[in-house]
Design a protein around this ligand. Structure first.
Ligand code: NJP
Length: 247
């Protein structure tokens, strides 16, 4: 039976690119997200990708996905993102809760649901999409910085707790990635404001750059655990040290 990989947040950006690359590597891919129309399009292009409607903030939805699986060898906890750029003093409690629910608790729900299958596979790989926002703070990072720090801590704790089990725990922490959704979601659909994030940056990372790293980490030999990979564009030396070309 072919190995199965589950990718959350596979309807756009890094998740979609990862689903495509894992399928090209020979995995059966279960692609989960809320926007089913986009998943259906992806699946019609790549038949080894199975679309599943998934909301990682709903236990019921996560359980439904888990019970539809015959096996799970790889879980990529990618669903997530940022909301707003207000300073902490003006932080919106609802936004902070939503970011925690998706990035942290969403990863927890998926991990709890699929860990038995990952262990049973004999060589499971759990990938957490964190962020360089989980490594250092930046002004306006607010609830996103807090959530990604929490997700990173959860990843480290899990690796300690799983030592001796046949499961690798891999953290991928990207810097600036120009994806379809990330900045648009952060600025609530304001495309102009979203475009400014990448303005003048010669070569932000693409979704495919990050997917490439994920698939590389997943396809190392079973005894090789890539603990954390930090990937930034050459033009980004630190969270807020970004080279921009102005005309
Ligand atoms: O963003 P985007 P990225 N249940 O908006 C899904 C991290 N990251 O690829 O449900 C299930 O294109 C959503 O699907 P839908 C970032 O924090 C990024 O850039 O249909 N799925 C979509 O497929 C995140 O963890 C950057 O709306 C849910 C996907 O998530 C990951 O990379 C930098 C969901 C988001 O795709 C992918 O982000 C960095 C839910 N409740 C870390 N809510 C960057 N782009 O610069 C959302 O350091 N999704």
């Amino acid at each position: 039976m072919r190995k199965t990989a589950v990718v959350t947040g596979a309807s756009s950006g890094i998740g979609e690119a990862t689903a495509r690359r894992l399928a090209a590597e020979g995995f059966e891919v279960v692609a989960g997200a809320r926007r089913r129309d986009r998943l259906d399009r992806l699946s019609s292009e790549v038949p080894s990708i199975r679309p599943v409607t998934l909301d990682v903030t709903s236990q019921e939805s996560v359980d439904a996905l888990a019970s539809s699986l015959e096996r799970c060898d790889v879980l990529v906890n990618n669903a997530g993102g940022a909301l707003g750029m207000e300073p902490v003093a003006g932080g919106d409690v609802g936004d902070w809760q939503a970011m925690y629910d998706t990035n942290v608790l969403g990863s927890l729900r998926m991990t709890r649901a699929l860990l038995p299958e990952l262990v049973a596979s004999g060589d499971g790989v759990l990938v957490m999409l964190t962020s360089t926002a989980g490594l250092s703070a930046y002004e306006g990072g607010g609830g996103y910085v807090a959530a990604k720090h929490a997700q990173r801590s959860m990843t480290e704790t899990l690796r300690l707790e799983l030592v001796g089990e046949p499961v690798r725990v891999v953290e991928i922490a990207p810097g600036m990635v120009k994806t379809e959704g990330f900045a648009v979601t952060r600025f609530r659909g304001d495309e102009e404001r979203a475009a400014q994030v990448y303005e003048g940056v010669p070569g932000p990372l693409s979704s495919d750059d990050v997917a490439d790293a994920i698939v590389w980490a997943v396809t190392r030999p079973a005894h090789v655990n890539i603990d954390r990979m930090v990937i930034r564009p050459r033009a980004q030396a630190a969270q807020h040290k970004v080279h921009r070309v102005r005309d």
